[in-house]
Ligand binder design. Structure first.
Ligand code: TUI
Length: 315
């Protein structure tokens, strides 16, 4: 078994989080991951307060264990979602795409464990000071909204800067990445892309098929001009978006409008022409659909093998 401060702190079997992917991470996926011994996370991003409350209750019907809700801080519903987390006594919250300080006092006072996703050392130090239980250090190999630093550089710098546990995210999809993350100073990992291909993941079949057939250079980053770079699969939509942002004749408003609703179209409709299929660089490592339980068990067995055999490098 791989045990760290994170397994003890959260009461989970495996120190493996499922990313709180907007539109994707519903009660079914989060329950499957939590029931298998990892940390399942419901995405609060695409829901208002009442929709989130319903999703939390749905999860609790089939899952007794710890789970989390992710608050996407750029969401117009962030404040009401933050309140629902307290009202529903959600045990753990993760945040993304911004600075969570405005909500941290309320969550800490309610006994919610706060685990912000950070893309820099500065934010990691700031949230530690305000009572974060841990941080997820997310590198730019990730799918979706990303920061500037990549996992190999970011994780050890964050681990040096804070005393709370660090969970590595971005570029991890198998036991090799898991073992490497521990060597960089992380005490757990978060994965999104690998869980996109999970049996219990309800994305449109086109989305799953695209992830499963993707190779190492299948993704592209767009949206830098708007201040929120996003990594997604190369599709007619994402290539066009990247072209439009280079074109000075296209206004920021037009660009923003072109992107609006694109993730929903990919997840719920599998719309190849107009959808944003957010996905990490590790898609090329994800070759088959598996249950969440199989994913957690296989990741752990591979990482244990590698870590156990690492002495071969020392003479
Ligand atoms: O949030 C994510 N990944 C996401 S959110 C999302 S939904 C979306 N849809 C369309 C456009 C944009 C987003 C899809 N994927 N990951 C966590 C994450 N947080 N990555 C990077 C950051 C981050 C970046 C800057 C966190 C804080 C930050 O600065 C905070 C500050 O103000 O200091």
């Amino acid at each position: 078994m791989i045990k760290t401060r994170i397994t003890g702190l959260l009461g989970i079997t495996y120190p493996i989080f499922q990313g709180g992917m907007a539109w994707v991470a519903d009660a079914a996926l989060a329950a499957a991951v939590s029931n298998a011994g990892g940390l399942g996370i419901i995405a609060g991003m695409n829901m208002n307060g009442e929709q989130l409350r319903a999703e939390i209750r749905k999860l609790r019907e089939v899952c007794d264990g710890p789970f989390a809700v992710n608050v996407m801080l750029m969401s117009p519903h962030a404040a009401e979602v933050a309140d629902v987390i307290v009202e529903e006594r959600v045990p753990i919250v993760t945040t993304g795409a911004g600075n969570p300080l405005t909500f941290m006092k309320k969550w800490n006072e309610a006994g919610v464990k706060v685990i912000p996703v950070v893309a820099s050392v500065a934010l990691a130090k700031m949230v530690e000071k305000r009572g974060a239980a841990a941080v997820v250090a997310e590198g730019g190999e990730s799918g979706g909204h990303i920061g500037e630093a990549n996992t190999m550089a970011l994780v050890p710098q964050v681990a040096d800067a804070v005393d709370i546990p660090v969970i590595a995210a971005g570029g991890i999809a198998d036991g090799r990445g898991y073992a490497a993350a521990l060597m960089l100073g992380a005490e757990g990992i978060q994965m999104g892309t690998r869980f996109l291909a999970a049996t219990e993941c309800n994305v449109h079949p086109n989305y799953k098929a695209k992830v499963l057939s993707a190779g190492d250079t299948a993704t592209i980053v767009s949206g830098r001009r708007l201040g929120h770079p996003v990594r997604s699969l190369k599709t007619p939509f994402s290539r066009r978006f990247a072209e439009m942002e280079k074109d000075a004749a296209v206004s920021d408003e037009e660009l923003e409008a072109y992107g609006t609703g694109a993730l929903r179209k990919a997840v719920t409709e599998g719309d190849e022409a107009n959808g944003a299929f957010m996905c990490g660089q590790v898609a090329g490592l994800v070759k088959k659909e598996q249950s969440c339980k199989e994913i957690l068990e296989e990741m752990t067995a591979q990482a244990e093998d590698i870590l156990g055999g690492a002495k071969k490098y020392i003479s």
